[in-house]
Design a protein around this ligand. Structure first.
Ligand SMILES: Cc1cc2nc3c(=O)[nH]c(=O)nc-3n(C[C@H](O)[C@H](O)[C@H](O)COP(=O)(O)O)c2cc1C
Length: 265
């Protein structure tokens, strides 16, 4: 035996759709991707991963369609290229119910909803999974996603400026609104939560204005594990500030080393 063995963390990578990145595989006779819209597909997969000692399932997501190639969605729709795509959060409680250890990394775009309601969505998932949820923070790249919301896609670096402030608000809600001892569950004394230990959050920033109490009692992690996948300078700065896990895509060892050095710096 020599020294401590290094551990590798294994994540499965999927998306709540038919064709995530291995396009065309859904036509294989033994492929079940077309059953993505059933709970059984996800609970079977979660059980399989846990049995195989995977650490987590990572779920990608987008909020728009690929409509540039050929000037429309013809190929996208015919080949099921991330379309149709269902909500990535709603499959997680079902998978958590049939597993004990598997983690769930969910990709969610900061432009999808207001931080006030988003904070509740993630806290609820953290409660229901017993602290097994992570969030891949993405700022998006699809014009079509923003057209669907009736807005123009903000410039690249501005999207990260927004994401920084979005996270600032979330930290206030997740970490600052409820003290650890706020929830008593005291039947005899007839006190569920101690109001003196719950504070409203107040935020006035460049993009966001928030006044309110976080709606959830503290969840196991409060702030979930944060992932990020930005490769640009601004994306790396964002990752360095917030992320615990960072996706990189590198051609070889040297470029992987350089990417890691840059993020750490
Ligand atoms: C492995 C990996 C997975 C990603 N998954 C998603 C995703 O599911 N949804 C998404 O909108 N962007 C995803 N991205 C894109 C990133 O969020 C980011 O937009 C992209 O890496 C470009 O980074 P930059 O904007 O800092 O240049 C992913 C990137 C990588 C490398």
């Amino acid at each position: 035996m020599t020294g401590a063995a290094k551990q590798i963390r294994l994540n499965a990578f999927n998306m709540n759709c038919v064709g995530h990145i291995n396009h065309g595989l859904w036509t294989h006779p033994r492929d079940r991707s077309a059953e993505y819209n059933t709970l059984r597909y996800w609970t079977d997969q979660a059980k399989l991963l846990e049995r195989g000692l995977f650490d987590g399932m990572f779920i990608a997501d987008i909020l728009g369609v690929y409509d540039i190639y050929g000037g429309g969605i013809d190929v996208t729709a015919r080949e099921a290229v991330q379309l149709p795509v269902n909500d990535p959060t709603l499959i997680v409680p079902a998978m958590a119910a049939v597993t004990e250890h598997l983690g769930f990394g969910i990709t969610l775009n900061v432009f999808a909803e207001a931080p006030y309601t988003f904070a509740r969505r993630l806290s609820t998932l953290d409660h229901l999974t017993g602290g097994r949820v992570g969030w891949n923070v993405v700022t998006g790249y699809l014009e079509s996603a923003h057209r669907g919301r009736g807005e123009a896609l903000p410039a690249h670096d501005r999207r990260y400026d927004y994401a920084d402030e979005y996270l600032e608000v979330l930290y206030k809600l997740w970490e600052g609104s409820w003290d650890d001892a706020a929830v008593r569950r005291d039947r005899e004394g007839r006190v569920f939560s101690d109001p003196a230990l719950i504070r409203p959050v107040s935020h006035r920033g460049e993009f966001l204005s928030v006044d309110g109490y976080h709606l959830c009692e503290p969840s196991p992690q409060r702030t979930p594990v944060l992932y990020q996948a930005g490769a640009s300078g601004r994306g790396r700065a964002f990752a360095g500030r917030h992320a615990e896990c960072v996706f990189i895509s590198a051609r070889d060892k040297a470029s992987a080393r350089e990417a890691v050095r840059a993020i750490r710096a």
